[in-house]
Design a protein around this ligand. Sequence first.
Ligand SMILES: C[S@@+](CC[C@H](N)C(=O)[O-])C[C@H]1O[C@@H](n2cnc3c(N)ncnc32)[C@H](O)[C@@H]1O
Length: 251
Amino acid sequence: MAIEKVLHMNGGTGETSYANNSTFQKNAILNTKHIMEECIINLYHKTLPECLKVADLGCSSGPNTLMVASTVVKVVDAISQTLNQDQPPMIQFFLNDLYSNDFNTIFESLPDFYKSLEEEIGHKIGPCFISGTPGTFYGRLFPNHSIHFFHSSSTLHWLSQIPKELSSEIGEPMNKEAIYVTKASPPGVQKAYTLQFKRDLKMFLRSRSEELLPDGAMLLSFIISDQHLDVINGWEVVGSVLNEMVSEVSK
Ligand SMILES: C[S@@+](CC[C@H](N)C(=O)[O-])C[C@H]1O[C@@H](n2cnc3c(N)ncnc32)[C@H](O)[C@@H]1O
């Protein structure tokens, strides 16, 4: 069965839910919040959109899900105050995750979300349209040139599939006694995961490049390598994917 149909974080708000086990990921969003704010300010001034279109890819379901939306609304509200705009700007916000993500819990929380945002800001917010976009980000999710800003945090280390190179010629899994890549894994295992990550990252970037509007921006934060493991340097892999894509364009 395709991974994208079955994978999801634990829904709801119980003890084992993602909602109650996502502090590490929350800190990743908080640590990059100033970059997000800078991106939104820059692109707002450059494009002065009537409706700012933002998508959070791999949003999950829990307290982190609406953190990005909340930051965007606050930044846009502050900009419009300084520009003395009489019409508050519109924001369209797309929450993407895999099909079986617990979108219901998110949607149920929206009235409280809007209310607490307005309490925090101290006045009514401009029109903000939040909707769900189920599907895999390793493919197209939006029409051509339709999104100003993509955000995706703690997501790109989820691969689209188990690398096909992991099966040995006799059909046995090469990494059968480990649940992740370790120093003791056979040499082919690191290579197989690296190749799959490269294929997936290219697919992700190609899709977003079709969907981004001119002057659009994208903020990605993801776990890249474990320094204690002494495995392949993830930055080198990302760098090589970007180089390959640039040389494909300039051919
Ligand atoms: C660790 S959670 C991070 C959630 C959220 N961004 C945060 O920072 O708390 C990873 C999320 O990515 C989603 N995800 C994984 N692969 C995906 C894919 N191919 N397309 C869309 N979402 C995906 C998972 O379902 C999960 O909700």
